[in-house]
Design a protein around this ligand. Structure first.
Ligand code: ATP
Ligand code: MG
Length: 648
């Protein structure tokens, strides 16, 4: 790939940043040389403890047992840290700004108001028999009550399992059963892009097969009609009207579970990732403050849904632990029109904006006019997460959205990692478009040769592993510790294996190349999907591309590219030839795309990630066994690709 340009740290950003270049160097060094001392300091700084821990960290990465413990013996409560401790200093400051699906609808809650709601809901849950350690399922629209529900669970020591409100009744049922939830919190309907989604109806269908759920608490969002089971169902507003605002926070052990969350399902059956209390909160708060360089009083907006880990750590727990103003958005980027994100930025004077490459690529496809129609002058920092961001999309985000003024933090992390592991810090890290840059404090990544398992020194490419624990690391797969060991610790003994591949350049910058299972082997050459896709989207006619390998008689694997053109562009054979040529020039003759299929849409998870495992099946003509498709956002996309596949 041609050498990318470097964006130096803007001097005004560096001048007031929490962490500048030299501080990053010295603090990072300290964090790896004296992890116990370093993390004890951070735990003290970011979290208020009822009782201090006995031991900072204890762990085994196998080969036999795998366990990870942080701040053992410490006592704390997450809701206390996100709410109560702010009341004296910022009780009347806004905690959550909520922007409804309809642009004329918004509302906000101060820390004091949010605290009161959380206490009341804690009491409602207790009155329905929820005790410390019990699991509560949350299946909600993006409304402040979703955060209230999470915090209420945390306050009374219940373990929440948030299921994205776009999931089907079957997906909801599977998750409720897997984590044995006894209470479900949902809403009558949700509202997205002007359309109602019948949450309660879906819930009823799911609960028909979940006999152990004894309470279904229903928030009235739209007033739409719902069926009612008098023994099980309870209106949220009625229950809350009678609840007391006094609810003592339950003192939790640092290693008590905080939540279970299922992964997106990009690579297979979702895993019930379990996070615990103390380490997670320290890591959430610290990464939120430093990665976004959050300054007191700023308006911060993460566009994720609370149904994903990004919503957990970077809409709710991280920002609230830091006493920030966090914006919660109910809608979608293209409703009422493609300007919506930027209108919301102007309306609420957003300073820090965090979204996903899938949204950036979709908005890019619509052109610059919807962006340029807005001011965006309040923006200071931009962020991205979820997939590798192609340099082309990075530059568009930087130049068009940020007017070449705002650093872009490309944050690499996973549901499993709890928070950012590899990311720039705005005041410290010169940026290279497409690179997640350098490790966060205390994080020691390494690359291993994917087949030999040997460590790679210096510049190179391989499987991305982490060599020691960090406080936000998941502790187990709920109910299946063996799956935890097998998935993350078997392949490369002694390391946590992320499942992703990465390149490391001579400056020590990491470039995530995609899932290691997606790596192509063309005539003995290993090619990452991200690299080829980035070359394809360099072409002005291309909006999005997904690349997979397929069996090829001579090369072993051939390159099969699914390409979505820009709005209004006619796909032609001449364009195909141009694209093949472009990839060869960018990467080299080995990267000769064998087949291009025009794709009006790509199969994505409900969190917006491309599902290459399905594309691989289509390319290989194995369309009768597509695997787990329950997390697929739009099944018709797959049908269309199958009908038009180019390798029959
Ligand atoms: P499943 O584990 O069920 O297959 P998933 O991996 O998509 O689903 P998540 O935990 O939501 O579930 O996503 C984490 C993955 O997203 C990472 O492993 C990586 O592949 C990708 N990812 C996240 N952020 C970035 C980033 N900044 N750059 C490149 N890839 C990223
Ligand atoms: Mg994963």
């Amino acid at each position: 790939m041609s050498e990318s340009k470097i964006h130096e740290v803007p001097s005004d950003i560096a001048a007031r940043a929490h962490i500048d270049h030299d501080q990053y160097q010295s603090l990072y060094q300290r964090s790896v040389e004296d992890p116990e001392g370093f993390w004890a300091e951070q735990a003290d700084r970011f979290v208020t403890w009822f009782k201090k821990w006995d031991k900072v960290m204890d762990y085994s990465y196998g080969p036999d047992d795998v366990f990870i413990r942080w701040f053992d013996g410490g006592k704390l409560n997450v809701a206390y840290n996100c709410l109560d401790r702010h009341l004296d200093t910022r009780g009347d400051q806004i905690a959550i700004v909520w922007e409804g699906d309809d642009p004329s609808v918004d509302r906000s809650l101060t820390y004091r108001e949010l605290h009161a709601e959380v206490c009341k809901l804690g009491n409602v849950l207790k009155s329905r028999g929820v005790k410390k350690g019990d699991r509560v399922c949350i299946y909600m629209p993006m409304v402040p009550e979703a955060a209230v529900a999470m915090l209420a669970c945390a306050r009374i020591g219940a373990v929440h399992s948030v299921v994205f409100g776009g999931f089907s009744p079957d997906s909801l049922r599977d998750r409720i059963l897997d984590s044995d939830c006894r209470v479900l919190i949902t809403a009558d309907e949700s509202l997205r892009g002007g359309r109602q989604v019948p949450l309660k109806k879906n819930a009823d269908q799911a609960l028909a097969e979940c006999p152990d759920v004894s309470t279904c608490l229903v928030i009235q969002r739209t007033g739409g009609e719902v069926a009612w089971n008098g023994e099980r169902d309870l209106w949220y507003h009625e229950a809350m009207a009678e609840a007391s605002v006094d609810c003592e926070p339950e003192p939790m052990d640092a290693e008590d579970p905080l939540f279970i969350l299922y992964t997106s399902g990009s690579t297979g059956k979702p895993k019930g990732v379990l996070h615990t209390t103390g380490g997670y909160l320290v890591f959430a708060a610290m990464t939120h403050l430093y990665t976004f360089d959050y300054q007191d009083g700023e308006m911060y907006w993460c566009t994720a849904d609370v149904g994903w880990v990004t919503g957990h750590t970077y809409i709710v727990y991280g920002p609230l632990a830091n006493g920030a103003k966090t914006l919660m958005f109910e809608g979608v980027p293209n409703y009422p029109d493609n300007s919506r994100f930027w209108q919301v930025v102007d309306k609420h004077q957003v300073n820090i904006f965090y979204t996903a490459p899938t949204a950036i690529r979709a908005l890019m496809r619509a052109g610059t006019d919807p962006v340029k129609a807005t001011s965006r002058s309040s923006l200071r920092i931009l962020g991205t997460v979820g997939e590798p961001i192609n340099p082309e999309a990075w530059e568009w985000y930087y130049q068009v959205v940020g007017d070449s003024r705002c650093p872009v933090v490309d944050t690499w992390w996973q549901t499993e990692t709890g928070g950012h592991l590899i990311t720039p810090l705005p005041g410290a890290t010169p940026l290279k478009p497409g690179s997640a840059t350098r490790p966060f404090f205390g994080v020691v990544p390494a690359l291993v040769d994917a087949s030999e398992g040997t460590l790679i020194d210096g510049a190179g490419e391989g499987a991305l592993v982490i060599t020691r624990p960090w406080p936000g690391q998941m502790r187990t797969v709920h109910g299946d510790h063996q799956r935890f060991i097998d998935t993350y610790f078997k392949q490369y003994p002694g390391y946590y294996f992320s499942g992703d591949g990465s390149r490391r350049d001579a400056d020590g910058y990491y470039w995530i190349t995609g899932r290691i299972d997606d790596v192509l082997n063309v005539s003995g050459h290993r090619l990452g999907t991200a690299e080829i896709e980035s070359a394809l989207v360099l072409h002005e006619a291309v909006a999005e591309a997904a690349v997979v390998g397929y069996p090829h008689d001579i090369k072993g694997q051939g390159i099969y590219a699914y390409v979505t053109t820009m709005a209004g562009v006619e796909p032609t054979d001449a364009l195909k030839q141009e694209l093949v040529k472009l990839v060869r020039t960018e990467i080299g003759p080995i990267a000769t795309v064998d087949i291009i299929q025009w794709a009006p849409g790509l199969p994505k998870t409900r969190s917006g990630k491309i599902m290459r495992r399905i594309l691989r099946k289509i390319a290989a003509n194995e369309v009768s066994a597509l695997g787990d498709t329950s997390t697929l956002a739009d099944p018709t996309v797959v049908e269309d690709l199958i009908d038009h596949r180019a390798n029959q």
